[in-house]
Design a protein around this ligand. Structure first.
Ligand SMILES: [Zn+2]
Length: 144
């Protein structure tokens, strides 16, 4: 089992090659030396979105949210908990659709929160509406 996975750093967005067997060994980024997984969703911008979605060897779940959205804020702690449970096999990310309006438009996000699941740059599934941590984990696992 010498497979290597590409893991995009959530801090400096460099692409790391991690042997799949070492994924759970708390790997660090070869460029910025910070942890590749810290149980927190990574906030994405237009500049960093494509690299995280296209270059990651693991699925990426994106929470499209906005600061004025009450249900989005209510779901944020659940999304953090889901990150702790799903990492390092899934990357969790967030897009502030108010700050990054072009990303919301690009994916036709009509209601927030909306979760989207990507693998190898392609949309696998999307789910509008707030969910609890357990439901988020189950939804992701049912598609990966
Ligand atoms: Zn880094």
């Amino acid at each position: 089992m010498s497979d290597a996975l590409h893991i995009v750093c959530p801090h400096c967005h460099a692409v790391n090659r991690i042997p799949s067997g070492r994924l759970s060994d708390d790997p660090k980024c070869g460029k910025c030396h910070q942890k590749l997984f810290n149980a927190h969703p990574v906030a994405l911008t237009t500049a960093t979105f494509t690299g995280q979605i296209n270059r990651n060897g693991i699925p990426v779940v994106v929470d499209f949210w906005a600061p004025w959205c009450g249900p989005c804020k209510a779901m944020a702690p659940a999304f953090e908990q889901a990150a702790a449970q799903l990492e390092p096999h899934v990357r969790l990310a967030k897009v502030d659709t108010e700050a990054e309006q072009s990303l919301g438009a690009q994916f036709g996000i009509r209601s927030i929160p909306t979760l989207m699941l990507f693998k190898d740059g392609r949309e696998i599934a999307r789910q509008p509406g707030a969910m609890g941590a357990g439901d988020i984990v189950n939804w992701v696992r049912s598609h990966t």
